[in-house]
Ligand binder design. Structure first.
Ligand code: SF4
Length: 212
């Protein structure tokens, strides 16, 4: 993790981290950007979030938008119709149940429309500075298995295994480091093992074709 911390400093940050930095870690904007980010390229997520936040920045103003309008603002993120419905329903629930604020517990967050553990963990880590959570997306799941930190089939299992197999001081950083590494070096196909600063300690489990 220390080697990754140094290696990623010159790399582009994931979209949600960029938004977090530019919006002073506002949990609401982190929540919405993460909802938009599923199965979508980072640049597309960032551009769509920026357009949406220009139009509405709070649960109250976003809940007042029509679904069609949200669709147009977030297009071309993948599943933009579903995501637009979830964004509006999520904002309505924030207004109706949580007084217009993003809740800060896992149970409350996963009760919001479209919010699963991945989104909830990222909101807790980035928005509320939690030191108790690990956010597992496809990059974290893939790289943790390649490194042999876990041997799991599903991201949900990876999250629970990582709590057992990693030092808790790194929990808030695992997502940022491994997502950045996964986007730049340890890619899903053709990982650049020859350029990898942790290659010496990586058993490359499940890696079939590697670019050196
Ligand atoms: S050595 Fe290859 S498989 Fe292992 S972390 Fe580095 S890029 Fe990924």
């Amino acid at each position: 993790m220390r080697k990754l911390a140094v290696a990623i400093t010159s790399m582009d940050m994931p979209a949600v981290e960029k938004i977090s930095e530019s919006q002073e870690e506002d949990p609401f904007q982190i929540l919405i950007a993460t909802l938009l980010s599923a199965r979508t390229q980072d640049a597309t997520t960032h551009a769509a979030s920026t357009r949406l936040f220009k139009r509405a920045r709070t649960p109250r103003t976003m809940a007042a938008l029509r679904v069609k309008e949200i669709e147009q603002l977030i297009y071309p993120v993948s599943f933009y119709r579903n995501k637009a419905r979830n964004v509006k329903a999520c904002c309505e629930m924030l207004m109706a149940t949580f007084g217009g604020r993003v809740p800060s517990t896992m149970d409350e967050l996963v009760a919001l429309p479209g919010v699963g553990r991945k989104t909830a963990n990222l909101v807790l880590i980035v928005g509320f500075k939690s030191l108790q959570n690990i956010c597992v997306d496809t990059h974290v799941h893939r790289i943790s298995n390649r490194l042999g930190w876990v041997a799991t089939a599903l991201p949900e299992e990876t999250e629970q295994e990582l709590y057992r197999s990693t030092n808790r001081r790194w929990w808030p950083y695992i997502n940022l480091y491994l997502v950045t590494w996964g986007q730049n070096v340890c890619r899903p196909v053709h990982p650049r093992c020859g350029d990898c600063v942790i290659a010496d300690s990586c058993p490359r489990i499940g890696v079939r074709r590697k670019r050196v």
